[in-house]
Design a protein around this ligand. Structure first.
Ligand code: EPZ
Length: 420
């Protein structure tokens, strides 16, 4: 297994090019199951989760030709509708194939994704909505067995909770259903918006894109004419590198980024003392030389994203004062705290709220990554910790950050990937 060795890095400078969004790419790849003909998806991040989903599609019989940052997918050859445990267990977002496969083929078996490090992460809302659309769903021996004897039909769906992949799954199922599906309490994340926009360009009549109420008129089984497209930039990768500039107090410029997707993140960094120069597709951070403490509550988009909580918690260890960070979406998304405490951070956990007292000197040591965003928080802490930090189990990081060490080396970080 690989690990990262990071030396304290005071001086960073230059530009970081932001990759395509992992969390947009995954539903968009699943969406190809609804396509009438092959299509190419560009600006794909070269990360493990994308490769996992492409492997799943290939196992189902699709043709996937992955070349540098793009993939050509032909799903006309799909001859299998069972997503097996061996793949689904490595990536719970595999559940995104359920809606499209069911809509296209009328039957689908998907291994239950199970929980993950950050929480139990049920999919009850996905299943309940599909049942409302006419699916018969059984759970047997760890598999979801879904059939639609009379096809999927539109209906009124109200999500008890805002669910990102739940919204994506039902939007894709509704795209081929008979009649109109209304989703109330829909997720408004940019990744869901792009999925809706591509479907709308492919002949699916969708109203309310970007709002909490979506109205989708399905094609009654007709496959979609989907043109080639590029994936939107990864707002969480971008936010992570902005935090790298903030925590090391270095000016950095991000390119190929969509500033409109980072409103809450930029606003919190401004509260902590940074300022920004922003163009259509670049952001330059002018970091605070004295970082102010902050209060953060994670919520659904457009509020502050849970996927940036760990990174801001690392940043808060360098703020002059007490920061309060509340995690409201997941029940166990503070596993980075114990590792940061081992580096010397002064953090108190009380239920879903972390109280961070800064500024604390961090000391480099051996630490362990536990989930994707926790890993990036440890990288940020290591950049300012005294001495060397070794971050183990970085397969978590490789799931969602493309070429992280190269991007950091290019701006002067002393970071190397070694073998255990
Ligand atoms: C997506 O996960 C993202 N993953 C996550 O990013 C992100 O943290 C999360 O949305 C929240 O923004 C992808 O897009 C691939 P949810 P998802 O369904 O869709 C509860 C990363 O780091 N819920 O919006 O699985 C659930 O337990 C990853 O890139 C139900 O109760 O999250 C949670 O409390 C981590 N029943 C809340 O809703 C359901 O059927 C939000 O979950 C579905 C969800």
């Amino acid at each position: 297994m690989d690990y990262l060795k990071i030396h304290s890095t005071q001086q960073l400078s230059g530009e970081i090019s932001i990759s395509g969004a992992k969390n947009a790419s995954l539903p968009l790849i699943a969406m190809t199951i609804l396509a009438k003909k092959p299509l190419t998806i560009g600006n794909l991040p070269d990360v493990v989760d994308i490769k996992t989903l492409l492997k799943l599609l290939t196992k189902l019989g699709a043709e996937c030709e992955f070349s540098h940052k793009s993939v050509r997918v032909d799903t006309s050859s799909i001859n299998e509708t069972k997503a097996t445990y061996d793949i689904v267990k490595t990536m719970r977002a595999s559940i995104l194939v359920l809606g499209p496969i069911l809509a296209r083929f009328g039957h689908c078996e998907v291994s239950l994704p199970g929980g993950c490090a950050i929480g139990q992460r049920p999919i009850d809302l996905h299943l309940k909505a599909l049942e409302q659309m006419g699916a018969h769903i059984d759970i047997q021996a760890g598999y979801i067995q879904a059939t639609t004897p009379n096809g999927l039909h539109g209906c009124e769906i109200i999500f008890d909770k805002i669910t990102v992949t739940g919204t994506a799954n039902i939007v894709m199922a509704a795209a081929l259903a008979k009649g109109v599906t209304t989703i109330t309490n829909a997720a408004r994340e940019p990744e869901v918006v792009q999925l809706c926009e591509i479907l709308a360009k492919s002949g699916v009549n969708i109203k309310g894109i970007g709002t909490a109420i979506l109205e989708i008129e399905g094609t009654d089984g007709a496959l979609l004419d989907i043109a080639d497209f590029d994936v939107i930039p990864d707002r969480i990768e971008a936010g992570t590198y902005l935090c790298a500039g903030a925590i090391t107090k270095n000016e950095l410029t991000l390119t190929h980024v969509e500033p409109k997707h980072l409103g809450a993140v930029l606003s919190k960094l401004e509260e902590m003392g940074s300022s920004f120069t922003i163009t259509d597709d670049t952001i330059t951070i002018h970091p605070a030389q004295e970082i102010k403490p902050v209060k953060i509550v994670t919520q659904e988009y457009p509020a502050f994203p849970t996927d940036m909580q760990a990174q801001f918690l690392a940043l808060a260890t360098q703020a002059e004062g007490v920061s309060i960070i509340e995690e409201k979406l997941f029940e166990n998304r503070f596993m980075h705290v114990s590792e940061l405490q081992r580096m010397g951070a002064d953090i108190t956990l009380n239920g879903h709220t972390a109280t961070v007292s800064g500024k604390t000197e961090l000391s480099g040591t051996d630490v362990m990554a536990t989930d994707l965003r926790a890993s990036s928080a440890l990288v940020l802490a290591a950049l300012v910790a005294n001495g060397e930090t070794n971050i183990h189990r970085i397969y978590h990081l490789d799931r969602g950050y493309e070429a992280l060490e190269e991007k950091l080396q290019n701006i002067g970080a002393k970071i190397e990937r070694l073998k255990e």
